[in-house]
Write a protein that binds this ligand. Structure first.
Ligand SMILES: Cc1cc2nc3c(=O)[nH]c(=O)nc-3n(C[C@H](O)[C@H](O)[C@H](O)COP(=O)(O)OP(=O)(O)OC[C@H]3O[C@@H](n4cnc5c(N)ncnc54)[C@H](O)[C@@H]3O)c2cc1C
Length: 684
């Protein structure tokens, strides 16, 4: 019944980066590799997107290529077995033998739930709720709604199942999902004016679990002030930091690191939940530079204080990374919220490979109750399902506004230009896109670093054997070990030009990410890399339809570095990072800056370095933003209902009115947990 995704063919070549001194960190993809990869990818995913321009790697492309090696021989792929597939198949077979057609037509809620690969397996066409997108947010809604046996729920996911996708399971293999491939939507941005006209690949997860199935797994909630600002701009106190605590706790299940070391100096248990669904843990593998990071927080404690737990509501300072990993395996919304005990519910149905093309009501009606989809390959007829209570759009920051516009909800002028009939004029759809610009800085070091594992075949094989044995070692770990969050000094000149864009005094403007290795790696040498990002950017971008063909990727413009604040903040964090590495804790260990960084000294040189090397952290939000009930802008109300129509809610990263000063998966989980509660209240 289910696809064994591990059998899906893989790219013909590794995308190896090689160091190009003239471009420093932006190594170039070997021409032969990219040609073969493009050919393969186009053949595989032409229905999904034809845009595979790679003028530059995104932030994550350049970051992950250090770890972009695969094992030379892959031991038999492990299956999670989280859906107890054989039990579900047998049961469905037995039922089908006697009463399949009857059930198909009349009693969908009595059939045991399952993950289906073909629409013909669906128990019916009518459900209480239809969720578009089985990603980070969508699976939370599906799980929570089906706690109530009265509700039948269908999830439609365009991508395949996550089951058996080893690269998604093994934390150390996440890099393999970054290049264009079958589990990535393979979007491309329009040329970015602020990045010297470059365009870049934009990664989104294309499988069950969505982007939580391929992200870097950092677990960051953001500052308390961010949530208090959401409450303020929407007029709904339910979004405040204090009010969302129960939802945070329903989501999180704190677990031990793989090496079971003493973690008392690495997190504060008072701020964590041990009873939620999505697992979180600290790193279980020591890295060569760990002590030096901590020593620097002591030596330069005024500028870089240690923070025992950046998830307390006050993230400022340097703390140990927390990640959505359990026992050395990724915890995504698919492995957690769709674990077998949940998917076995009779009222939960998940269909993969189902590409939704639009949502609609009756003729020109603003009451939405129907979802049209086609099989992802484009083969076969369009199929319609209905939702008697609500349709939930959880198709992500690009998929959701694209579907709204394809369904006639958007700016009339833009829709008319493309020949789409407007059902409801809502000009904010697709506007307000906000993303964290980022880059990696590297220093050559006099030590053994992580990159040795990823370029030395026998070390790598040993690491992989260890992961297979016990899920421990370097492959059971996330790519970084510490995060630092900082505010710009209050006397920074930029604040005399514009106000402070942060949500309050607990909110950082800039971030540092600490990791071993040069990105991309050299064949020899060892490096320290520290990522930088602006987490309160004031640049804004947009998403527009390219055509009325739902298989055509939309036009994506994150608008990177188009504001003076963002350039100032990037320049400041690069300088700060140099000061961090200038601490005596690093002397004798750090040899010197690598590549372009060595020449980035004056403000002008740093700005040039920033514009040439920055990319996307892939944290885009805001394309269907939430606003107060009577606000003249915004797409959804504080209960996440689409304004001006009935039957439609949006629950995903699109709804943030401001980008969280955090890696956004946890804010998305929190939003989804609360949304499920709001929906249950509505239909109780
Ligand atoms: C490389 C990378 C690294 C990241 N690292 C981190 C990190 O370490 N920590 C962190 O907090 N955040 C990280 N993020 C960001 C974070 O993962 C996302 O912001 C978040 O997961 C988005 O959740 P979502 O529910 O909005 O969308 P998604 O999880 O992307 O879900 C949308 C789902 O809808 C499906 N879909 C879309 N269109 C359709 C359609 N027409 N029909 C049917 N289905 C459809 C998609 O296939 C997908 O499954 C990272 C992102 C990337 C790309």
């Amino acid at each position: 019944m289910r696809e064994n995704a591990a059998k899906t063919s893989r790219p013909p070549l590794l995308v190896r980066m090689h160091f190009n001194p003239s471009r420093a960190q932006c190594g170039e993809i070997e021409t032969s590799s990219i040609g073969a990869l493009k050919k393969w990818a186009l053949g595989k995913i032409s229905q999904r997107t034809t845009q595979l321009q790679t003028d530059m790697p995104s932030f994550w492309d350049s970051y992950f290529h250090t770890r972009g090696l695969r094992p030379t021989a892959r031991p038999q792929e492990r299956k999670s077995g989280q859906y107890a597939s054989s039990t579900v198949s047998m049961l469905n077979f037995t039922i089908a033998a006697s009463a399949y057609l009857w059930l198909l037509a009349f009693l969908p809620a009595l059939v045991r739930g399952a993950i289906y690969e073909s629409a013909s397996e669906l128990p019916g066409r009518h459900f209480d709720f239809v969720i578009v997108g089985g990603g980070t947010a969508g699976n939370v809604i599906a799980n929570r709604l089906t706690e109530d046996p009265r509700f039948s729920v269908l999830v439609l996911e365009a991508g395949p199942s996550n089951i058996g996708v080893l690269d998604s399971e093994v934390p150390g293999f996440d890099s393999n999902l970054i290049p264009p491939g079958p589990y990535n939507w393979n979007y491309t941005t329009v040329p970015q004016e602020g990045l010297n006209g470059r365009s870049m690949g934009y990664i989104r997860g294309f499988m069950l679990g969505g982007t939580s199935s391929l992200n870097a797994m950092f677990y960051t909630r953001g500052p308390a002030d961010d949530f208090d600002r959401f409450a303020k701009v929407t007029g709904d106190q339910g979004w405040s930091w204090n009010s969302v605590q129960p939802f945070m706790r329903k989501n999180e299940r704190w677990t031990e690191p793989t090496d079971h070391h003493d973690t008392r100096t690495q997190f504060d248990p008072r701020f964590h939940s041990f009873t939620g669904i999505n697992a979180v843990s600290l790193s279980g593998f020591p890295h060569s530079y760990n002590d030096r990071v901590i020593q620097t927080t002591k030596e330069l404690s005024e500028e870089f204080p240690f923070n025992l737990d950046y998830n307390s509501g006050n993230p400022l300072g340097v703390g140990w990374l927390q990640a959505t990993i359990k026992d050395g395996v990724r915890s995504s919304s698919a492995t957690s919220y769709l674990a077998s005990k949940f998917v076995d519910r009779r009222n939960l149905h998940v269909l993969v490979n189902a590409r939704v093309t639009r949502v609609r009501g009756g003729r020109h009606s603003k009451a939405f109750d129907t979802v049209d989809f086609v099989f992802q390959s484009g083969d076969g007829p369009a199929i319609s399902v209905t939702a008697s209570k609500e349709i939930v759009l959880s198709a992500g920051v690009f998929g959701t506004p694209q579907l709204l516009m394809l369904s006639g909800i958007g700016d009339t002028n833009e829709l008319q230009g493309l020949g789409v009939q407007t059902i409801h004029h809502l000009p904010s759809v697709g506007k307000n896109m906000s993303d964290h610009p980022g880059l990696f800085n590297s220093w050559s070091v006099n030590a053994t670093t992580d990159e040795d594992f990823f370029r030395n075949g026998s070390l790598f094989e040993e690491a992989y054997r260890e992961w297979n044995r016990s899920h421990s070692g370097i492959l059971g770990d996330p790519v970084a070990t510490h995060l630092g969050w900082f505010r710009l000094p209050s006397n920074s000149s930029i604040f005399s030009e514009i106000g402070d864009p942060a949500s309050g005094s607990t909110a950082p403007h800039i971030e540092m990410i600490f990791t071993d290795g040069l990105h991309p790696p050299l064949p020899t040498g060892n490096f320290l890399s520290i990522g930088n990002a602006v987490v309160t950017p004031t640049s804004r971008g947009w998403l527009r339809l390219n055509s009325t063909n739902p298989f055509d990727p939309p036009l994506i413009n994150p608008g990177f570095l188009t504001s003076g604040f963002d350039v100032f903040a990037m320049r400041s964090v690069v300088k700060m990072t140099k000061r961090f590495v200038g601490a005596t804790a690093w002397s004798g260990w750090v040899i010197g800056p690598a590549g372009d960084l060595a020449q980035a000294n004056s403000d002008e040189e740093i700005d040039d370095y920033v514009r040439r090397n920055s990319g996307s952290t892939c944290h885009a939000v805001g394309t269907a933003a939430m606003s107060a009930v009577n606000a003249p802008f915004g797409v959804v109300d504080p209960d996440l209902r689409v304004k001006g129509v009935r039957g439609l809610r949006v629950v995903d990263a699109s709804i943030f009115p401001y980008i969280p000063a955090a890696h956004p998966q946890v804010p998305v989980y929190i939003v989804a947990e609360r949304a499920a509660d709001l929906m249950k209240e509505t239909w109780d």
